[in-house]
Design a protein around this ligand. Structure first.
Ligand code: FAD
Ligand code: NAD
Length: 469
């Protein structure tokens, strides 16, 4: 093979792209990463996971200081919101994270090519440099890691002021009095929670008859009840037909999902959170012969190779859940595959976490899925009301639910609604990765007093023998 500039060129520096670049460099390859954004880290670090979690953390503390401390015997004076301070905290967290990736690139001798990459064909990437001019790079392997972009609704134009996407929701200059969130998924509930805690009256409009449609039905139902108690309103089985901006706010026209009489409501801000779409714009994929699937995602085989040998794709731009850790694991796997190793991602054990209060976390199959697949199963459930640590934390909302195969007891899915569910789900993911049975979890010693004892108890409940209920 002719001499090339690089062994690997990654297009996009999100959690898929930057992690892939680092792993490839660790494996001795000469790596470049093409990124057009002014900072590294992609959606996740710049306008996704990290800033949203910073704002969730701040708003949670504000809400707790205002409403939650008296229960612990702590009296506070007048609690005030410093929104510019909150945004500054978020911006600093983002800056620290994106600079961290730049440091890791230097440490691993990865070249950041600053500009927009276009695939000319196997082995060649053309870059329109951010500073002007162009550069053509030759490489043995190309990894497409260009991620995703906000999905929009027909007839609704996002102006990032009155009608906003998640990006606008991370940068509002004042707390709106009222907000409609279109979509009761991850972003709708997380960013809806942030602005609700800061004082907005939030209404979630969801097309389906339940929020969090991908999660276990018990989690969705109870999550809705808890969020409603916090003051969030829900309009399920409802579609937004039109949104008109004006001086008085945004006038929305809503209709029952199945059709029927329309109603209107006027709010200050509308957040559109109806999903994300793969980002393949201006990448030259059609000309290069890289095939897409019917949903516009780059089509890949089991080894992340596209329809063109030597061109791979990972992360949000391919099929599968649009989650940062899924993108990261694919980045590691494809680097290892290119290096001749057996890179692999276990799609049956990818956790998902909604960082509301309480959190919802899930790994493996939901009860609806095992039913639909005709699998004989057993369920063990344990409520946090029966957990000593949860009582001490005044965080007794929620439960742990373990679903196991009826014949083999193998864990098929774990679903947690409760404080710190996002951390608790890690043990379930490891258990599933190792093919554990519910009994394995139930017989493992869990520290007392911790919330994790509820995971053990739910596993014991699969066999009808929890101790504390
Ligand atoms: P991305 O992170 O989207 O990165 C792609 C990069 O490619 C971008 O920087 C883009 O500028 C660059 N790019 C695109 N085209 C080109 C080109 N032609 N040339 C050069 N560069 C290009 N997931 C979680 O797991 N946990 C969370 O808590 C979470 N919270 C989220 C909150 C919000 C508000 C949003 C929007 C998303 C959240 N996600 C979360 C999803 C997560 O951000 C994505 O799954 C993840 O970023 C996907 O990583 P990626 O590497 O595939 O792509
Ligand atoms: P989502 O897929 O989680 O939720 C979209 C919701 O909008 C669904 O409930 C869907 O039924 C509903 N919907 C779709 N069309 C609608 C319409 N016309 N009217 C009303 N409701 C409609 O998508 P999202 O919340 O926009 O987030 C995008 C992606 O980003 C998600 O897929 C998720 O993987 C990722 N994300 C993850 C996290 C996390 O891991 N904590 C946080 C934020 C975003």
């Amino acid at each position: 093979m002719a001499e090339t500039d690089f062994d690997v060129v990654v297009i996009g520096s999100g959690p898929g792209g930057y992690v892939c670049a680092i792993r490839a460099a660790q494996l001795g390859m000469k790596v470049a990463c093409v990124e057009k954004r002014a900072t590294l880290g992609g959606t996740c670090l710049n306008v996704g996971c990290i800033p949203s979690k910073a704002m969730l953390q701040s708003s949670e503390k504000f809400s707790e200081a205002r409403h939650g401390l008296a229960a612990f015997g702590v009296k506070v004076g007048n609690v005030e919101l410093d929104l510019p301070g909150l945004i500054a905290h978020k911006d600093k967290v983002v800056a620290d994270n994106v600079n961290g990736v730049a440091f890791l690139f230097k440490k691993n001798k990865i070249e950041w090519v600053k500009g927009a990459g276009k695939v000319r064909g196997a082995g060649t990437v053309d870059v329109a440099l951010n500073d002007g001019g162009a550069r053509t790079i030759t490489t043995r392997n190309i990894i497409i890691a260009t991620g995703s972009d906000v999905a929009t609704l027909p007839g609704i134009t996002i102006d990032e002021k009155q009608i906003i996407s998640s990006t606008g929701a991370l940068a509002l200059q004042s707390v709106p009095a009222s907000m409609v969130v279109i979509g009761g998924g991850y972003i709708g509930l997380e960013m809806g929670s942030v602005w609700q805690r800061l004082g907005a009256k939030v209404t979630v409009v969801e097309f389906l008859d339940r929020i969090l449609p991908g999660m276990d039905g018990d989690v969705s139902k109870q999550m809705q009840r808890i969020l409603a108690k916090q003051g969030m309103a829900f309009k399920l089985s409802t579609k937004v037909m039109a949104a008109k901006t004006g001086k008085a706010g945004v006038e929305l026209t809503l209709e029952p999902a199945a059709g029927g009489t329309a109603e209107t409501m006027t709010v200050d801000v509308v957040l559109v959170a109806v999903g994300r779409k793969p980002y393949t714009e201006s990448l030259g994929l059609a000309e290069a012969g890289v095939a897409l699937d019917d949903k516009g995602r780059v089509k890949t085989d089991a080894h992340f190779q596209t329809s063109v040998p030597g061109i791979y794709a990972i992360g949000d731009v391919i099929a599968g859940p649009m989650l940062a850790h899924k993108a990261e694991d694919e980045g590691v796997a494809v680097a290892e595959i290119i290096a001749g190793q057996a890179g692999h991602v276990n799609y049956d054990a990818i956790p998902g976490v909604v960082y509301t209060w309480p959190e919802a976390a899930s790994v493996g199959k939901t009860e609806e899925q095992v039913k639909a697949e005709g699998i004989a199963y057993k369920v063990g459930k344990f409520p946090f009301t029966a957990n000593g640590r949860a009582r001490a934390m005044a965080a007794t909302d929620g439960f742990v639910k373990v679903i196991a195969d009826k014949a083999t007891d193998r864990v098929l899915g774990v679903h947690i609604l409760g404080a710190d569910a996002g951390h608790l789900i890690a043990e379930a993911a490891i258990a599933m990765e190792f093919g554990a049975s519910a009994e394995d979890i139930g017989r493992t010693c869990h520290a007392h007093p911790t919330l994790s004892e509820s995971v053990k108890e739910a596993a014991l409940a699969v066999d009808g023998r929890p101790i504390h209920i």
